[in-house]
Design a protein around this ligand. Structure first.
Ligand code: ATP
Ligand code: MG
Length: 269
């Protein structure tokens, strides 16, 4: 990993890793005159789950949204710096943003299925991206996506029912299936379990573990146990800065920065 601003502590294991799917260099984000993310550099590994942690308002969601240009949809937001996907600058004017958001999918805090059938929730993306050649091809994509999201057995007999009729946990897995259906390379998740009960949360965590390796995954979470359970890389943010980035186990058992230690031991945040 290239040079980071002085205040970021990057553990050695990550400095020399070279399997990054996405890289951010000196990324700052402003809302009007207010700086919400301050010169953050990080490499997102292809094969691991990366957790973003830190107190409320530290810029986790804002920074996460830079990776598929979701901040473009916020009028007053302005992004500076460089973000690449497989070495390609995603802020280049030639980048097709719709295509980018298929390659870098997103799952939100509140499950947001379309008010359409379960089948259509999955088929919509592949259809607009021209991924399926025939009805049987589409049926296969729907089944595969729902199977990968661990939802197929629960919904295979009710594909015509509305996605919004599912339970919250099922809706969230439907949203993950929807992201998977367009064959993404990266999946961004912003507190995907915060609206779910412990059982539904456990299912989504299991799912994240199963998806690891196939997709690069970045998850924002307030739940330290969750970060410890599902991620292999953890980035700790504070006041718009990336304070420390390292292997998850190291961050939780042997943090290098005082601010990280204070946060994980519950002294602030
Ligand atoms: N659309 C917006 N317009 C103006 N300011 C914003 C907007 N979204 C976020 N901010 C500000 O940017 C800062 C970072 O917010 P962000 O939502 O990224 O934090 P977060 O770490 O995700 O917090 P939380 O853990 O509460 O979700 C905050 O000060 C917030 O008030
Ligand atoms: Mg947030």
């Amino acid at each position: 990993m290239a040079e980071a601003p002085e205040e970021t502590v990057v553990h050695d294991e990550l400095k020399f890793a070279n399997d990054s799917k996405m890289t951010a260099r000196d990324v700052s984000v402003y809302y009007g005159a207010k700086k919400a993310v301050d010169r953050v550099s990080i490499d997102v590994d292809s094969h691991f789950v990366t957790a973003f942690i830190g107190p409320s308002g530290c810029g986790k969601s804002t920074f996460l949204r830079c990776f598929n240009r979701m901040n473009d949809t916020i009028d007053i937001a302005r992004v500076e710096g460089d973000i690449q996907l497989d070495g390609e600058n995603i802020y280049d004017t030639r980048m097709d943003v719709v295509q980018l958001r298929a390659r870098v999918g997103m799952v939100f805090q509140k499950p947001n299925p379309f008010p359409k059938s379960i089948y259509e929730n999955i088929a919509y993306g592949p259809r607009i991206h021209g991924i399926a050649d025939s009805k049987s091809d589409m049926d296969r994509i729907v089944e595969t996506s729902l199977t990968r999201a661990g939802l197929w057995n629960e919904v295979k007999d009710r594909l015509d029912e509305s996605g919004t009729a599912l339970s919250g946990g099922q809706q969230q897995r439907l949203c993950i299936a929807r992201a998977i259906a367009v064959d993404p390379e990266v999946i961004l998740m912003d507190e995907p379990c915060s609206a779910l009960d412990p059982i539904a949360t456990a299912k989504v965590e299991e799912l994240i573990d199963e998806l690891r390796g196939r997709y690069a995954i970045v998850i924002v979470t307030h739940n330290m146990q969750q970060a410890a359970r599902v991620s292999q890389r953890t980035a700790f943010f504070h006041l718009g800065n990336l304070v420390e980035y390292g292997p998850t186990e190291e961050i939780f058992t042997n943090p290098r920065a005082d601010r990280t230690r204070d946060y994980i031991t519950g002294r602030f945040g």
